[in-house]
Design a protein around this ligand. Structure first.
Ligand code: KIV
Length: 287
């Protein structure tokens, strides 16, 4: 009798147990097991509920809230109090996913102790499990300070939007060999300082692969190719809520903005034409 063909082994898709809350230790464990980490941004309760129901591992309340929800032109104007408001709303919507709060511009760069106090507030008042800080060698002492008050830190290298003015725009970083080498060195220094994961934004895929190989903490990429240990996207981008065309690294999985504009114009037309509200949406005097 001929040997039965062996069933192809399906690649692993989820963390070991989707009923258990995700912790920073889960992320490390997922890297060790080769399980891809999924992260999306969320800024409010309904989006947190959607992320949770979809089985996302980690939710980032990014300072991208400045552009996506608050109408700022960059992340620079976002304040700690604005972040806190959104972190609390997202927290109310989560049960399993790890909640990460972005530290906004000027809340951590000047004084490590001040940074620790603010980061601690994100855990104590906001219910976050970790914070994310942009930057390289210059923030290593701050990462260490945050360890002293037990705040897990996610690093962020490559295109760091809070440095947009110094970088001269939102551009791919680390293309030149010396820039790539600097990013790899900074990644190792941040790992040594105690980060529990590293976001790599807009860097060549080869560089992200090398960083993912060299680091024992997971890398989470955005515009950093397929070799990172996980991926993060801005929820408004992936849902198609943002105006204008998506940037190269964004995949739109829906066109919610288009659908929303159509729904609201249909409503306006029906009100103007006397179609809505019809009898089925109206009450009569009889119960
Ligand atoms: O603020 C944000 O949304 C971010 C992601 C792009 C990683 O930092």
């Amino acid at each position: 009798m001929a040997d039965k063909p062996k069933a192809a082994k399906a690649p692993p898709t989820y963390a070991a147990d989707r009923t258990k809350p995700v912790t920073v230790a889960t992320l490390l464990d997922m890297k060790r097991k080769g399980l891809k980490i999924t992260m999306v941004t969320a800024y409010d309760y309904p989006t947190a509920r959607i992320a949770e129901e979809a089985g996302v591992d980690a939710v980032l309340v990014g300072d991208s809230v400045g552009m996506t929800k608050l109408g700022y032109e960059s992340t620079l104007p976002v304040t700690v109090e604005e972040m806190m408001h959104h972190v609390k709303a997202v927290k109310r919507g989560l049960s399993r996913a790890l909640l990460v709060a972005d530290m906004p511009y000027l809340s951590y760069e000047l004084d490590p102790r001040e940074a620790a106090r603010t980061a601690g507030r994100f855990l104590k008042e906001g219910g976050a499990h970790a914070v994310k800080l942009e930057g390289g060698l210059e923030i290593a002492p701050t990462v260490k300070e945050l360890q002293k008050v037990n705040v897990p830190v996610i690093g962020h290298l490559g295109l760091t939007p809070q440095a947009v003015n110094r970088l001269g725009g939102y551009k791919v970083q680390g293309r030149k060999p010396q820039d790539a080498e600097r990013i790899l060195t900074e990644a190792r220094v941040l790992e040594g300082a105690g980060i529990c994961a590293l976001v790599l934004e807009c860097v060549p895929a080869e560089l992200a692969r090398e960083a993912s190989k060299r680091l024992s903490v997971p890398t989470i990429g955005i515009g950093a190719g397929p070799h990172c240990d996980g991926q993060v996207l801005v929820s408004d981008d992936l849902l198609g809520l943002t105006e204008g065309g998506p940037t190269k690294f964004v995949k739109r999985y829906a066109d919610l903005r288009g659908q929303a504009v159509k729904a609201v114009s249909d409503y306006c037309r029906e009100v103007r034409d006397g179609v809505f509200p019809g009898p089925e949406h109206s009450f009569t005097s009889q119960a």
